[in-house]
Design a protein around this ligand. Structure first.
Ligand SMILES: Cc1cc2nc3c(=O)[nH]c(=O)nc-3n(C[C@H](O)[C@H](O)[C@H](O)COP(=O)(O)OP(=O)(O)OC[C@H]3O[C@@H](n4cnc5c(N)ncnc54)[C@H](O)[C@@H]3O)c2cc1C
Length: 509
């Protein structure tokens, strides 16, 4: 029998909380959800918006990571492949299967090596709902359209794509539904422990910029690139792990190839670059690996743009130039420093460090991937278990995320939405289904006409959906809606973005 979604637990503000989670990225939100469902009282603080750092700047894949096999990361790849299936059923609106095509270049990696890698990839994770890898004649299978005609042979395999920011917010929503307090725009300033309790200090809660204090029995430091900085602010915390900050950048250009598959391209420097169909009209190209010191404000460099354009141009029939770039973004991987020389070779696996200071528990998270966040959360809670003997057992493996409780794929959900709300324009339906899953029925509710959805800002974004994002998803500023809870900002002009900003300001002040 599947575990049921646990009942929410009310927080008694006179007692110390069980757990403070620092960081509203995928790892912090995943840990908050799991912990709240096990009956712990939880506060999650995020200094900016939820998913405003690394967790919105990924390649947007839920994948085993084919290339990590070359670095012998078998544990990570096996766990990630198993998680791929778990997450595909937990959030089928946010995570969809995606076919990858690898054009063959014999001088870069021989055929036997790729076949062996794909065989391992097919089997390391055990049983999967996704098709197995294949050798392909690209010209015959229609998988080479958009590539130079020289690329006739290749391989294909399946992974999945994800809406990274919305996956993060769905975890926060699930945590809040279970009684956790989610506090974006609240910075953890520091903590000191005595007699088994942390005295924590925060800044900015309630929008007044003031300082606030709260007691908790345990802290999880899931501050991503800031993990060492937060560790330094916790009195007595061991600074026992080092972080390597590695920037990865992506560019978005007008769509380069037809079809729904993505390309995985090999570069002569042994790195790989993806070209992924993105938001219908675009292609997403990434990523790079550049060691950086300034992890708080990563920006794509001209060299990275040139590198990504050159790689895509080596393969694509239509050359890609920097002038084609319509959007770009950079994120910083907070990687656990395993002493590797090259940035691309540093482990992508996560490491948890736990300690007890003044009798109070601290768990710190180093590294990780979106794909493995749920397992990471389970492991973090295992570390906390000795401090909370009454804590519940693992439960997230078979419980859908908010909106993910449907079967039959997005097409079936979109058809159900159309039946319930026949007035919704066809080209807006899929976006609403993708963003919200079955939760779309909640906020569409009694709407009977387009007029009931209020102002249309463009790209299928109506005031009624924005109101839902404000009320249920902690959206406060225009960018929270335009680029995280949706990607409508990419499809809107300046006037439409300004109209939304005006609406948000009136709505939230
Ligand atoms: C370029 C790139 C591509 C990637 N592609 C993939 C991919 O395709 N698939 C995949 O599985 N993984 C991918 N990853 C990895 C994945 O994105 C990260 O592992 C994951 O997002 C890290 O999440 P996090 O919660 O640890 O960190 P973050 O998302 O950075 O969250 C940490 C949060 O802590 C907050 N914080 C910091 N200090 C404080 C404080 N004092 N008080 C309050 N809050 C604070 C920050 O504001 C931040 O929001 C990629 C990473 C990068 C950079």
């Amino acid at each position: 029998m599947l575990p049921a979604t646990p009942e929410p637990r009310a927080i008694d503000r006179d007692l110390p909380l069980d757990l403070v989670v620092v960081g509203g990225g995928i790892n912090g939100c995943g840990i908050a959800r799991d912990a709240a469902g096990r009956g712990l009282s939880v506060l999650l603080v995020e200094q900016g918006d939820l998913a405003s750092a690394t967790s919105q700047w990924s390649t947007k894949l839920v994948h085993g990571g084919l290339r990590y096999l070359e670095h012998y990361e078998f544990r990570l790849v096996g766990e990630a492949l198993r998680e791929r299936d778990v997450l595909l059923s937990a959030a089928p609106h946010l995570i969809e299967p995606l076919q990858f095509v690898l054009p063959h270049e014999p001088h870069l990696r021989p055929r036997w090596m790729i076949r062996a890698g794909l065989f391992l990839y097919d089997h390391l994770g055990g049983r999967t709902s996704l098709p197995k890898s294949r050798s392909e004649r690209l010209d015959a299978a229609g998988l080479g359209a958009g590539l130079k005609p020289d690329y006739r042979r290749g391989f294909s395999y399946f992974d999945a794509r994800v809406d990274d920011a919305r996956l993060t917010i769905a975890n926060a929503r699930a945590a809040a539904d279970l009684g956790a307090v989610i506090a974006p725009r609240t910075r953890f300033v520091g903590a000191a422990a005595a007699d088994g309790v942390w005295a924590c200090e925060f800044e900015g809660a309630a929008g007044d910029g003031g300082r606030h204090r709260l007691r908790a029995r345990a802290i999880v430091n899931a501050a991503g690139p800031w993990v060492a900085r937060v560790q330094d602010a916790i009195g007595g915390a061991p600074a026992d792990a080092r972080v390597r900050h590695v920037k990865g950048s992506h560019i978005v250009v007008p769509r380069l190839h037809p079809g729904e598959h993505a390309y995985i391209l090999q570069n002569p420097d042994q790195r790989i670059v993806f070209i992924i169909p993105y938001l219908g009209a675009f292609s997403l190209i990434g990523t790079t690996d550049v060691a950086v010191d300034d992890f708080a404000h990563p920006v794509i460099s001209d060299e990275e743009i040139a590198y990504l354009c050159a790689t895509a141009s080596r393969y694509c029939a239509r050359p890609v130039a920097p002038a084609d770039v319509v959007w770009s973004y950079s994120g910083v991987r907070p990687l656990y420093d395993d002493g590797a020389g090259e940035a691309a070779a540093v482990t992508r696996d996560y490491v948890l460090r736990d300690s007890v200071v003044g009798g109070a528990a601290l768990v710190s998270v180093y590294g990780g991937k979106l794909t493995t966040y749920r397992k990471l959360a389970e492991h973090a809670l295992e570390r906390l278990a000795p401090h909370f003997p009454a804590m519940g057992r693992r439960w997230t493996h078979a419980v859908p995320l908010p909106g993910g409780d449907f079967r039959g794929g997005l097409a079936a959900l979109t058809a159900d939405l159309k039946q319930a709300y026949p007035f919704l324009p066809q080209d807006h339906l899929a976006g609403m289904a993708r963003r919200h899953g079955t939760v779309a029925f909640d906020w569409l509710d009694e709407a009977r006409s387009l007029a009931d959805l209020g102002e249309h800002f463009g790209a299928g974004l109506y005031a009624r959906e924005v109101d839902h994002m404000v009320a249920q998803e902690w959206a406060l500023a225009a960018d929270d809606v335009l680029y995280r809870r949706s990607k409508s900002g990419l499809m809107m002009d300046d006037a439409a973005r300004a109209a939304l900003a005006g609406y948000m300001q009136a709505r939230t002040t």
